[in-house]
Design a protein around this ligand. Structure first.
Ligand code: AMP
Length: 120
């Protein structure tokens, strides 16, 4: 059984967060440390620690992450200019909270996908 993170408490509304969307499958709330004018995290309500743990039965919730991202991007007024969706996985991916979450980031030009580096 995976260990709950603070995101489960946010989903159950046991602690404060700026929730912008919630339904039976996913919850979206503003990142506490925003990296751009719009920085929203969209998470499955079910605790799935990482992308490595997903199963076929999770496909409806994972698909919902995308449709909700598009809806929030439109509401935030960033759909036309564009934005970035990111899911980090494990240590090398930079994952800090082990409850799958999709970052929706936009509202300014985001530059190249990865910081340029000579290391491949
Ligand atoms: P990651 O590195 O992909 O695991 O991203 C975790 C994100 O969760 C970071 O951007 C944090 O700023 C964000 N975060 C951590 N705790 C909270 C919280 N209580 N409310 C909103 N965002 C949070």
């Amino acid at each position: 059984m995976a260990e709950e993170t603070i995101f489960s408490k946010i989903i159950r509304r046991e602690i404060n967060a700026d929730i912008v969307y919630q339904d039976d499958l996913v919850t979206a709330f503003r990142d506490i440390n925003p990296q751009a004018p719009t920085h929203v995290l969209i998470v499955p309500n079910k605790l799935i620690p990482t992308i490595n743990d997903v199963t076929k039965e999770d496909e409806p919730a994972l698909g919902r992450l995308i449709t909700v991202a598009a809806k929030i991007a439109a509401e935030e007024g960033i759909a036309e200019d564009g934005y970035r969706l990111i899911i980090n996985c494990n240590r090398d991916g930079g994952q800090e909270v082990y409850h799958i979450h999709m970052h929706l980031i936009g509202g300014r030009p985001l530059g190249r996908m990865l910081a340029s580096s000579s290391q491949i």
